[in-house]
Design a protein around this ligand. Structure first.
Ligand SMILES: O=P(O)(O)OC[C@@H](O)[C@H]1O[C@@H](OP(=O)(O)O)[C@@H](O)[C@@H](O)[C@@H]1O
Ligand SMILES: [Mg+2]
Ligand SMILES: [Zn+2]
Length: 184
């Protein structure tokens, strides 16, 4: 078993311009790629966990999401970061696109994507971290038994509600390697 850093996407690794679905509007937050390099060196799996209800809402297709994901994956690989897993939820209970209309088990705050990652990648959940910008990220991680839940200020506004379900709030994913080093 290995510990993982579970990473939210929009608002955590890229700016959340709202349902981002093209490489033109995908802007990595300054410094996050270097931070991911550090985290891999520290021995963590890096696993992306993202809600993509824009697919269910008919804003973009699953194919467009896949295309952007491939671009993102290559951009990261180019800079020395190999993601160990990418999990996404295309659903929404009120989807416009019928095939994605369901109250699924994978949309955060549910734990489905984490549970799949745990089984497929043999993750040591209690030694793992979730880093995200929303309450739903924290709740999903807690439901899956992820040991530590960290909220960042690079996405949606941090509220008393989101703060109350996080273990700690840091400015950015950029600060995570140092935060973890200080915990040792
Ligand atoms: O942060 P992650 O999970 O990587 O992705 C979030 C996106 O899918 C979008 O999720 C939406 O929430 P709803 O899905 O409409 O509740 C909003 O938060 C949008 O601003 C955001 O772009
Ligand atoms: Mg987010
Ligand atoms: Zn789902």
């Amino acid at each position: 078993m290995k510990p993982a850093i579970f990473l939210d996407r929009d608002g955590t690794i890229n700016l959340d311009h709202g349902y981002v679905h093209t490489s033109d509007e995908f802007h990595f937050i300054d410094g996050v790629i270097d931070a991911m390099v550090e985290l891999k060196k520290m021995g963590y799996l890096l696993v992306l966990i993202t809600n993509q209800s824009g697919i269910a809402r008919g804003l973009f297709t699953e194919d467009q999401f896949m295309h952007l994901t491939e671009w993102m994956d290559w951009s990261l690989a180019d800079r020395g970061v190999d993601l160990d897993g990418i999990y996404f939820c295309p659903h929404h209970p009120q989807a416009v696109v019928e095939e994605y209309r369901q109250d699924c088990e994978c949309r955060k705050p549910k734990a489905g994507m984490f549970i799949d990652a745990k089984a497929q990648l043999d993750v040591d959940m209690s030694a793992s971290y979730m880093i995200g910008d929303k309450k739903e990220d924290m709740l999903a991680a807690a439901a899956a038994g992820v040991g530590y839940k960290i909220l960042v200020r690079t996405g949606k506004e941090v509220t008393p509600e989101s703060e109350s379900v996080a273990d700690v709030v840091i400015n950015s994913l950029v600060d995570l390697p140092k935060y973890l080093a200080n915990q040792q």
